[in-house]
Write a protein that binds this ligand. Sequence first.
Ligand code: ADP
Ligand code: MG
Ligand code: MG
Length: 208
Amino acid sequence: CLMAGVETFAAWLRDYAGVIKENAAYLTELDSAIGDADHGSNMDRGMQAVVELLDAGQFETPGELLKKAGMTLVSKVGGASGPLYGTFLLRFGTALSGEVTPASVGEALHAGVGGILARGKAEVGDKTMYDAWAPALAAYDAAVAGGGDLASALKAAADAAAQGRDSTTPLVARKGRASYLGERSAGHQDPGATSSTLLLESAARTLT
Ligand code: ADP
Ligand code: MG
Ligand code: MG
């Protein structure tokens, strides 16, 4: 039984903010090929605002912290990624009530990704962040069903997300700005699938 609390989830978001800062130029370069060259700056602006929230606030529960972080992303990031990641964290935080266990984090991940789908209506193969999330959820569930602990389930999810991210490269985009390019979107890795993989890799490092 795990006693991960507010500090653990704050550490996750702080770690991710640092990873986003380090990768901002790379994410923006990916978005310059098939979008409008702002994914790194969008994510960096949003995650810096989340860090300010963490520095300023006191939070009773992980759920409260995650919900407020989600609202911050929705309000601070203008692009598609702000509402998508914001809704992910909002629904993740809402679902994560009670004890933090492999099963409860799994439910929260499913709820969060449900929010991404409710907002974005993506399907697997549309060349979006969902192409990282869908295999990540399946790998997480399989690891938990096999008796894995939180750390090993998150590691399995992050590895599957990385494969899903790589699978976006040959695809023709059917959602988001990249879809405006039609066939010319093929041959480029999706920026949002890349930042989503970074979020799961960060979770695997910190939520243990
Ligand atoms: P914008 O496209 O508004 O400039 P960003 O560049 O920050 O926003 O984010 C782009 C990323 O958002 C894409 O790489 C893709 O992964 C993701 N995305 C865009 N539209 C959708 C959607 N409908 N569903 C899921 N993800 C999407
Ligand atoms: Mg963009
Ligand atoms: Mg934009």
